[in-house]
Write a protein that binds this ligand. Structure first.
Ligand code: SF4
Length: 63
């Protein structure tokens, strides 16, 4: 799977970080970083939960 974040929508509230910190990180500069753009299948459930829980609907998963 491939993770895409629409950074124009993202407001760096770190909801996704709380769900899948292996994939998402908000740094001191207050921007979100995607640590793994193609995470392994073992992370799919939590990445998909992050998609559902993101209040800005900024995360998309392909594949
Ligand atoms: S949950 Fe959504 S809005 Fe919040 S940091 Fe993650 S991608 Fe950005």
């Amino acid at each position: 799977m491939r993770v895409n974040v629409d950074f124009d929508r993202c407001e760096s509230n770190a909801v996704c970080v709380g769900i899948a910190p292996e994939v998402f990180e908000v740094r001191d500069d207050d921007y979100l970083y995607v640590l793994q753009e193609t995470p392994g299948e073992e992370l799919r459930d939590r990445v998909e939960e992050a998609v559902r829980m993101c209040p800005k609907q900024a995360i998309r998963v392909e594949g």
